[in-house]
Write a protein that binds this ligand. Structure first.
Ligand code: NAD
Length: 487
């Protein structure tokens, strides 16, 4: 298509060099609807070159001491932090999120991911046991796996990409990363800093392009023994099938349909603002976002009244406006998909209390073609409804009433997903009891999104396979060997 303005053109980063591609994909600014960037449409050839570069770099990188690797990673973290504002502006333009969110969440967390794994790699120990009667000592050793294939989604672009790159390279692997074709810019910006950080050529290679072409070429490459993937459950099924003939090591961080359970002894003045954030932060485009709120009947009316009143105060508009709470959704297609869920709920007889189709969206002149939507709250919706079963991944949340603890645990568990849950109650015994019974990889009580990266992150059921975190990522990105010595 013809483009009137000069576009940003990205290039793949292979063996320490930026390399142009023979074809490109348009990338949109979600808050204006304009094409502003061209992303390489890589395929087998580009993936092949990147894997070769990563393979070549592996012997030297894997034999460096953890401390040497750590120093380079810390330097990279410093360089990203130095350019934090530039990264935040770019992330917002590429993804649609507010600059405030990118500045306070995405980019600081990307920096922290690098620092965290640069530090944690220095402190792992291996195991040793003794069989004195047989004169044997056993110990384990851990070695990097090789070339790691890293595939990340569009919702938290640099945040989730560094969550994979950092542990992979800290453990001594080299990587070929493929960010989402819709949000590639900050990964490309990071590549520009690798040389200055002292990263040897070929340790970090980034290939841009679609999942079907570039992603699948990486998944099917015989010299990539490990894939760390964050994205949808549907794509994970395809990746599992395609990688099966190679018996690859897989870590799959997938979607969720996360419940919040609000008991009648909850502190509503903490619960309501946190549940608003957990429902609508980053336009509801966080895998950990709440989308089913179960409220105990005694406080149901009060909760709904206060929750809706607060949601109506959320401002939607230009992502660069510091007074705005919510920016644009990632794409036109995604916006249509999210809206279609609200329409389906209405057709089923549910009530839309605020947002889509109920309130009017007032956008600045420059954002009229952007992909915006108001925070939307649905009620009187059945547990079997697609809005209560499927991941919507937008600013839509359902509120329903419950009576007993037994009932709510069963209903909260009644979906195919099991990523995150939130429990609100001041009864200590109850929060422990309910947390134990929820089928969910993460349970937050009386808070949301408070993370200690030391601890496992990941989902149950259709929300994923494997966990990542200090120890878990170390285990995933290394192969363990048991060695027995007879003396
Ligand atoms: P997606 O599955 O469409 O794409 C994710 C990545 O996979 C992209 O880079 C895409 O290009 C690539 N891809 C697509 N098809 C592929 C294929 N056949 N082979 C290899 N790669 C392929 O997901 P998305 O729409 O980008 O992201 C949203 C989803 O991600 C939601 O379901 C969300 O819940 C999930 N998510 C999960 C977590 C988590 O940690 N559990 C975090 C963020 C997002």
């Amino acid at each position: 298509m013809a483009h009137s303005k000069a576009l940003l053109v990205l290039e793949n980063f292979i063996a320490g060099k930026f390399v142009p591609c023979s074809s490109y994909i348009d990338s949109y600014n979600p808050s204006t609807g304009d094409v502003y960037c061209r992303v390489p449409d890589s395929g087998k050839e580009e993936v092949e070159a990147a894997v070769r570069a990563a393979k070549d770099a592996f012997p030297v990188w894997s034999s460096k001491s953890p401390l040497e690797r750590s120093r380079i990673m810390n330097k990279l973290a410093d360089l990203i932090e130095h350019d934090l504002e530039e990264f935040a502006q770019a992330e917002s333009k590429d993804q649609g999120k507010t600059v405030t969110f990118a500045r306070t969440v995405d980019i600081p967390r990307a920096v922290y991911n690098l620092r965290f794994f640069a530090s944690s790699i220095l402190h792992h120990t291996t195991e040793c046991t003794e069989m004195a009667s047989l004169g044997c000592v056993h110990y384990t050793s851990r070695e990097p796996v090789g070339v790691a294939g890293l595939i990340s989604p569009w919702n938290l672009p640099l945040y989730l990409l560094t969550w994979k790159i950092a542990p992979a390279i800290a453990c001594g692997n080299t990587v070929v990363a493929k960010p989402s074709e819709m949000t590639s810019v900050t990964a490309w910006m990071m590549c520009k800093l690798l040389e200055k950080a002292g990263m040897p050529h070929g340790v970090v290679n980034v290939v841009f392009g679609t999942g079907a072409k570039a992603g699948e070429a990486l998944v099917c490459h015989p010299d990539v023994p490990l894939i760390s993937f964050t994205g949808s459950t549907l794509t994970a099924q395809r990746i599992t099938e395609k990688s099966a003939p190679h018996c690859k090591k897989l870590s799959l961080e997938l979607g969720g349909k996360n419940p919040a359970i609000v008991f009648d002894d909850a502190n509503l003045s903490q619960c309501i603002p946190t549940t608003l954030r957990s429902s609508f932060a980053n336009q509801g485009e966080i895998c950990l976002c709440t989308s089913r709120i179960f409220v105990q009947r005694g406080i149901y009316n009060e909760f709904v009244k206060r929750f809706v009143a607060e949601a109506k105060k959320w401002k939607v508009g230009s992502p660069s406006d510091p007074t705005v709470d919510m920016g644009a959704l990632i794409s036109k297609e995604h916006l249509e998909k999210v809206r279609s869920y609200v329409k389906k709920a209405q057709a089923e007889g549910a009530r839309i209390l605020c947002g889509e189709g109920v309130d009017s969206l007032d956008l600045p002149a420059g954002n009229q073609k952007g992909y915006f939507m108001l925070p939307t709250i649905i009620t009187e919706v059945k547990d079997e409804s697609c809005c209560m079963q499927e991941e919507i991944f937008g600013p839509v949340t359902c509120v329903v009433a419950f009576d007993t603890e037994e009932e709510v645990v069963k209903r909260a568990n009644g979906v195919k997903y099991g990523l995150a849950a939130t429990v609100w109650s001041s009864n200590v015994g109850r929060v422990h009891r309910v947390a134990r019974r929820l089928q969910s990889g993460l349970v937050w009580t009386n808070c949301w999104l408070v993370r200690d990266l030391n601890l496992p992150f990941g989902g149950m059921k259709a929300s994923g396979i494997g966990r990542e975190g200090a120890k878990d990522s170390y285990e995933f990105f290394t192969e363990v060997k048991t060695i027995t010595i007879k003396h």
